[in-house]
Design a protein around this ligand. Structure first.
Ligand code: BTN
Length: 257
């Protein structure tokens, strides 16, 4: 059981998580907030579910998470211009918030994998799925869906990257209330940085991504591309250098060759 009072005492934000919805079970926390008939319209609303019936991952994958063990939640941002033009940077802000919260609270070394995975000992501890709704060409709602493996110890099934949890890495139970508050506190800070000066976010992200400079493959469905992970550009897209051309990659799974 998640103790909302304990969480609330640790939350130190202006707007992220100030409207907090706790659910035992939903189809997906992203779908919950994307629903046009949803009553939860306030920017910064966070929906946390103990169980998702159809938790969704990137590239049409499923996100599995054992009930009551982890953190599966979504954050709503109202898509005014300041947010909607910076979706990739918001993605990086969320990834950095998770990584830095893990480093600060549990003294573990994290690594980032483009576009938005957090790794511990080379295994995946967290993933992010950003989705949005629009009206005409205007983005209205941005939903940042975050799955973090916190206290789950056994992972069954087939995964494209081997999963781990914070508990598996520190050999101890994690206080989910304190950790979620830390993630949201850091996220609000990085979000403000992303809006004010995106370069700060890009610099911090680059420092934690060990794949830059490596020979990689980028897989998007049946399409596989090879090259050197040259850098990320100012919008967060991957720059892939192959032979004498540079390509901008918007989607895909990256692996070191
Ligand atoms: C990925 O790594 O593929 C992204 C995983 C994102 C999972 C989270 S869990 C909370 C939110 N609701 C969903 O249905 N998906 C995201």
């Amino acid at each position: 059981m998640f103790n909302i009072e304990v969480f609330d005492l640790k939350l130190n934000t202006d707007f992220i998580g100030r409207n907090f919805v706790y659910a035992e079970e939903v189809s997906s926390t992203n779908s919950f907030l994307l629903d046009k008939n949803s009553n939860y319209n306030q920017s910064g609303t966070v929906v946390l579910a103990e169980k998702q019936l159809v938790g969704r991952g990137r590239m049409d994958r499923v996100w599995y998470s054992q009930k009551d063990q982890n953190l599966t939640f979504s954050i709503l941002l109202k898509g005014n211009k300041k947010f909607s033009q910076k979706i990739n940077l918001i993605n990086f802000a969320a990834t950095l918030a998770i990584a830095i919260s893990i480093e600060n609270l549990y003294q573990l070394r994290t690594e980032l994998k483009w576009p938005n995975d957090v790794l511990l000992s080379g295994k995946k501890v967290s993933g992010i799925l950003i989705e949005s709704t629009s009206s005409g060409s205007k983005i209205e709602h941005i939903v940042i869906g975050i799955g973090i493996n916190v206290n789950q110890t056994i992972f069954q099934g087939k995964f494209n990257i081997t999963p781990t949890s914070i508990r598996n890495e520190i050999n101890d139970m994690v206080d989910r209330e304190r950790f979620l508050a830390e993630v949201l506190n850091n996220f609000e800070e990085f979000l403000n940085k992303a809006i004010e000066n995106g370069n700060l976010i890009l610099r911090e992200w680059r420092e934690r991504c060990k794949m830059i400079g490596e020979r990689i493959t980028v897989t998007d469905g049946k399409n596989i591309q090879y090259g050197i992970f040259e850098d990320i550009d100012e919008s967060g897209f991957l720059l892939l250098k192959s032979k004498d051309k540079m390509q901008k990659i918007h989607f895909g799974d990256v692996s070191i060759v």
